[in-house]
Design a protein around this ligand. Structure first.
Ligand SMILES: Nc1ncnc2c1ncn2[C@@H]1O[C@H](COP(=O)(O)OP(=O)(O)OP(=O)(O)O)[C@@H](O)[C@H]1O
Ligand SMILES: [Mg+2]
Length: 236
């Protein structure tokens, strides 16, 4: 088991948002989390990555209880997170962004970590001296993903990687995430683009009102008429 969330409760102030959510991701899996606006999907990722405290329940990573562990410590354990609005510094170059991403690695291995990323993301390699702010939406999202990969994680949490992108850029990002996943990196992603995400997912979870509503193999959820009716909208 790579990541395991058990009966998590969390919220903001008085408001309870997660009312007992459980999920797991095995090593190398691609896991999709879908559900209506306000279901608690982003909140779930924030609690897993230690950005928000848990009221009860547990988060375990590779057999170790990590509930409430700080983000930078989780990053060192191999778990990293890409927020919805990315983690890119627009005024810095692509190379600088990636080196900052790699700064949690020992100094001697940073350069080779960045070189590995240029192989995986040739479009970023070509533009390495360019300011990140000049990139297209899709390339900028890929830079955010690449920055998170610079720490050499085994598991990547992604909040809405395709949000706000053109259809072409969505394709680019999904293709790249599949490549990253086939390198053996487990991906746990929240997505509005639910059909697309479930089609790729080894395992999918539907969250609704802070609770698990449905779970199963991605394609099985896609084929479930109840899930389609309640959560996937009209077939296009
Ligand atoms: N910082 C915050 N302070 C107070 N309430 C918050 C905060 N962030 C989120 N919430 C509330 O928590 C609930 C769940 O929000 P969350 O962002 O986790 O949902 P979501 O499933 O990611 O929704 P979306 O699909 O719109 O991104 C919502 O009712 C939201 O208003
Ligand atoms: Mg969200």
């Amino acid at each position: 088991m790579s990541l395991e969330v058990e009966d998590l409760q969390a919220g903001y102030g008085e408001a309870l948002v997660l009312r007992g959510v459980s999920l797991r991701a095995e090593p190398g899996e691609l896991v999709a989390i879908i559900g209506p606006n306000g279901a608690g999907k982003s909140t779930l990722l924030k609690v897993v990555y230690g950005l928000l405290g848990a009221r009860s329940g547990a988060v375990r990573y590779e057999g170790e209880e990590v509930t409430g562990t700080a983000p930078d410590a989780l990053t060192r354990l191999g778990l990293n997170y890409v927020p919805q609005l990315g983690n890119v510094f627009p005024s810095l170059s692509i190379a600088e962004n990636l080196l900052i991403g790699a700064s949690s690695l020992p100094r001697a291995s940073r350069r080779s970590a960045v070189d590995d990323l240029y192989e995986r993301f040739p479009a970023l390699a070509e533009r390495r001296r360019q300011r990140a702010g000049t990139l297209s939406g899709g390339q900028r999202k890929l830079l955010a993903v690449a920055r998170a990969l610079a720490t050499r994680p085994r598991t990547l949490l992604l909040d809405e990687p395709s949000a706000g992108l053109s259809p072409q850029a969505v394709q680019l990002v999904f293709d790249k995430l599949q490549e990253v996943n086939s390198d053996g990196i487990a991906i746990v992603m929240v997505e509005q683009n639910a059909r697309r995400a479930l089609a790729l997912a080894d395992r999918g979870y539907v969250l609704d009102m802070g609770r698990n509503a449905y779970e199963g193999e991605g394609r099985a959820l896609l084929a479930d008429p109840k899930v389609a009716e309640l959560y996937l909208g009209a077939r296009r």
